[in-house]
Unconditional design. Structure first.
Length: 114
């Protein structure tokens, strides 16, 4: 998990991710965002779940669809943060949902716990 540097949810925990660029697939966006935010290159992943949400920016709520994937990160990968202040590996059952900054991310975590 990463601690957000920016609103929405600044200072709260989240998962690495971001917006898909124009003319980019969800899979390409995932690989790019993980590399940008953590410095880790992932090549194998599988679709998990999608969750509708709202992304608040400058007082406007933008409707979003959070598309999530499961992956394994390289054992020897060194995390290099670019958009977060902190990172940590977390056992899914030990996540305090009150410390997670976005409702859609909380919903994905709940889906993993069940």
């Amino acid at each position: 998990m990463v601690r957000r540097s920016y609103d929405p949810g600044k200072g709260k925990w989240s998962v690495p991710g971001g917006f898909i660029d124009y003319n980019e697939t969800a899979e390409q966006g995932l690989s790019r965002e993980i590399l940008e935010e953590t410095g880790l290159k992932i090549v194998k992943f599988e679709y998990f779940v999608s969750v509708p949400g709202v992304y608040w920016f400058q007082g406007i709520g933008y409707r979003t669809l959070m598309i999530t994937f499961k992956t394994r990160f390289p054992d020897n990968g060194e995390v290099k943060l670019s958009e977060a202040t902190q990172w940590k590996w977390v056992d899914i059952g030990q996540i305090n949902l009150d410390e997670v900054g976005n409702e859609d991310v909380r919903e994905v975590i709940k889906s993993l716990i069940i």
